[in-house]
Design a binder for this molecule. Structure first.
Ligand SMILES: CC(C)(COP(=O)(O)OP(=O)(O)OC[C@H]1O[C@@H](n2cnc3c(N)ncnc32)[C@H](O)[C@@H]1OP(=O)(O)O)[C@@H](O)C(=O)NCCC(=O)NCCS
Length: 173
């Protein structure tokens, strides 16, 4: 393991801004890019949104960010994962290592983990790197959702991937 995960804090704002600015060309075709949105993201943290940063152990740099969003509890215990990786760590396998830790955390029982049962990843059909990530993590292709999310000024179709806790390696019970 070359990375750790942790929740974001206000002192990460400048490093996050620099990471996003370095990575605009990578991110902007697929996700909204807002280098100055970090404090707003911190403010939104709560029962329906938890963000994790993936940190490179060697130098403390931010490898990537994952929003565990749309958290619903009760009978659903479901959330949606949205993620970005940042240069210079993109394509080094570190993002995948961090995402495995985040999935672990999502499925781990409350209060150490989020106690979720099902995770969803929605990816635009042409986003092959993100589809590769979903498959690498063991997510199943569940279906196709036309006009699902408003991204870059249009309603974009998405492929829907999902994973339940029973399918996740290493989870006890
Ligand atoms: C999708 C995204 C998060 C993937 O991140 P990433 O940084 O490429 O992830 P990783 O480095 O963990 O991916 C592993 C890749 O690195 C390669 N790699 C290099 N060194 C590696 C190592 N030591 N260990 C494992 N993999 C390694 C793997 O072969 C793999 O390449 P492949 O996809 O061609 O098979 C990133 O491309 C991104 O941020 N895209 C823009 C935003 C986006 O699309 N977000 C998702 C919206 S749904």
């Amino acid at each position: 393991m070359r990375v750790t995960i942790r929740e974001p804090r206000p002192s990460d704002a400048e490093a996050h801004r620099a990471a996003v600015l370095r990575s605009v060309a990578l991110l902007s075709p697929w996700n909204p890019v807002d280098p100055d949105g970090f404090h707003e993201l911190l403010r939104q943290q709560g029962p329906s949104l938890r963000t994790y940063l993936i940190i490179n152990d060697e130098d403390g740099g931010i490898v990537g960010k994952c929003n565990v969003a749309n958290i619903v509890r009760a009978r659903f215990r479901n959330a949606t994962l949205g993620y970005d990786s940042y240069l210079p760590y993109t394509g080094t396998g570190r993002m995948s290592e961090g995402m495995r830790l985040i999935v672990d955390r999502c499925f781990a029982p409350y209060p150490d983990g989020l106690g979720l049962h099902r995770l969803e990843i929605n990816v635009q059909p042409d986003n092959s790197r993100s589809i590769a990530m979903a498959k690498r993590l063991g997510f199943r292709h569940e279906g196709f959702s036309p006009r699902m999310l408003w991204i870059n000024d249009a309603w974009r179709d998405h492929e829907r991937f999902a994973l339940t806790a029973e399918e996740w390696p290493g989870l006890e019970s």
